[in-house]
Design a protein around this ligand. Structure first.
Ligand code: B1M
Length: 212
């Protein structure tokens, strides 16, 4: 089985064939991380490009979202797990106005697998709610997902509130999402940005002083 076939049927939004191909790849012993990245995530990215090119519309975007979730439910139990003590506590969610949850779900999953105590608090989360949850859990890191040009500025609101409340140094703030960049993170006073779930783990490790 060639993993590209998974991405191809994903882009065509073929639900059962895509799920069957993923199961077949797992049964063949292929790396679940490769299946996720080169099959499902590559497929989702291609759907995004088609949406941008007006080849696909909102209905297809929504179908891709549902299909992505179904694929991840098959792959997740096969991903390797870290069993040591928690490396840190992370509060994670999508900022106010943002409903994209696939990417942040993947980040939550990857951080859990890497040994973090992760608290996903959902989508469309007002800035203060991130802070309240982080205080309640005595978290180390606040993770903000933002995917739209209109919602990315909400990341800077979280930082601003932390500064105003005189607790900026209590939490590391990291961001991620399709349209975020390291430059934007720096501009907004965040502690870092990650392009994908794997980089998010490396970033958290660096911020927490873990070598791996
Ligand atoms: Co929307 N959407 N969407 N969408 N959608 C994007 C983001 C877009 C780039 C598509 C495009 O035009 N090419 C575009 C944003 C453009 C912009 O603002 N510049 C867009 C738009 C415009 C919209 C709507 C406005 C469309 C409309 O209504 N006209 C609308 C907005 C809704 C809202 O949020 N208020 C909308 C709606 C939707 C659906 C609900 C239909 C659906 C989401 C379903 C769901 O999440 N349950 C959807 C989808 C599926 C997409 C695309 C196609 C795929 C997103 C995805 O799941 N990608 C997306 C195009 C794209 O991303 N190329 C798009 C796969 C996922 C694994 O990657 O989400 O990037 P990603 O997450 C990665 C990294 O970003 C990173 O790690 C993840 C895993 O590797 N990451 C982090 C994410 N969060 C992180 C946090 C971190 C660190 C890393 O630390 C805290």
């Amino acid at each position: 089985m060639d993993i590209k076939e998974i991405a191809e049927s994903f882009v065509k939004l073929q639900t059962d064939p895509t799920k069957e191909k993923i199961q077949a790849a797992l049964d063949e012993g292929m790396d679940p991380v490769d299946i996720l990245q080169e099959g499902v995530i590559a497929g989702l990215q291609e759907v995004g490009k088609k949406f941008e090119a007006e080849e696909y519309f909102l209905a297809e975007l929504m179908m891709a979202g549902k299909l992505g979730e179904a694929c991840m439910a098959i792959i997740n139990p096969h991903l390797p797990e870290n069993t040591g003590p928690a490396k840190g506590t992370v509060v994670l969610g999508a900022v106010e106005g943002d409903l994209h949850d696939i990417g942040y779900g993947l980040v939550a999953n990857q951080l859990k697998l890497a040994g973090y105590d992760v608290h996903p608090i959902g989508v469309n989360i007002p800035s203060l709610q991130f802070i309240e949850k982080a205080q309640e859990l005595n978290a180390d890191i606040i993770g903000l997902s933002a995917f739209l040009v209109t919602t990315i500025p909400n990341c800077s609101e979280v930082v601003k509130y932390l500064v105003d409340m005189n607790i900026r140094d209590k939490f590391k703030v990291i961001i991620g999402g399709a349209e975020t960049t390291k430059a934007k993170a720096e501009e907004m006073g965040c502690d870092g940005q990650a392009d994908d779930a794997f980089e998010a783990v490396t970033l958290c490790n660096t911020l927490m002083g873990h070598t791996s």
